[in-house]
Design a protein around this ligand. Structure first.
Ligand code: ZN
Length: 237
């Protein structure tokens, strides 16, 4: 079983029309319908911010959605997420989580981008057809209404660039990106503006499911540190 924690900044008021119980609950439910995935949810505005040591050490893949309260997340919680990724936990950052503290720390760049909220069409091209994230999906996913996110997206060159989004207004975006940080995988998925029903689309649900499976850890370390000074394997003459 892949243990998934779906995390949302949720403060109890963000019941968007398409997700009346919160985006985290909606994503949790469709992930739980996938074989081999066991999803629970956590929110920011609670004791421990939903990112305690206990929660993260029992999480194989953290799915992270946030928009308006990035700066209210404590430095300690951001540091815990980064450390658990370095120790092997997978993380999938969704949409506006590009500006979250853990994502920016893992990238080491500003992570800024261009944006426009005009309910325009996005054509999300999965350009690496053989990649695990593209399995079971068409080459081009059409999202009828999406917030435009465009280049330049200030991220490091992705280890694996899987998808490029094109928007009706003309911009393009590196929309599906994979990185390795320490033992962990970091995946960024651009789709998912909260006022459009993006996560109700079966192809986007499949993309998130694929991302969870790909980010799942192969092995995890107890700690990030290691003893750097080494005894030689054989006598050096
Ligand atoms: Zn948005």
């Amino acid at each position: 079983m892949i243990r998934v924690t779906v995390w949302n900044e949720y403060n109890g008021t963000q019941n968007f029309p398409h997700y009346p119980r919160g985006i985290h609950e909606y994503i949790k439910d469709f992930l739980n319908a996938c074989e081999g995935i066991e999803a629970t949810s956590q929110i920011q505005f609670c004791e421990g911010e939903g990112l305690t040591e206990e929660i993260l050490s029992h999480t194989d893949v953290l799915v992270y959605w946030a928009h308006g309260f990035h700066e209210l997340l404590s430095e300690g919680a951001a540091e815990r997420v980064v450390r658990h990724v370095q120790q092997g936990m997978g993380v999938v950052f969704l949409h506006s989580a590009h500006m979250s503290k853990p994502f920016r720390r893992l990238m080491g760049t500003t992570c800024t981008l261009k944006w426009r909220e005009a309910a325009e069409r996005e054509r999300l091209w999965l350009i690496d057809r053989n990649h695990p994230l593209a399995q079971g999906l068409p080459e081009c996913i059409v999202i009828p209404h999406e917030e435009m996110y465009g280049e330049r997206f200030d991220i490091p060159v992705p280890d694996e660039l899987v998808g490029i989004g094109w928007f009706q207004g003309g911009e393009v975006m590196r929309s599906v990106c994979c990185y390795r940080r320490g033992l962990g995988r970091v995946i960024y998925l651009q789709p998912g503006h909260e006022t459009y029903p993006v996560y109700t689309q079966p192809e986007i649900q499949k993309l998130i499911e694929n991302a969870v499976r790909y980010a799942a850890p192969v092995s995890r370390a107890e700690k990030v540190e290691c003893d750097w000074v080494q005894k030689p394997q054989e006598e050096i003459k």
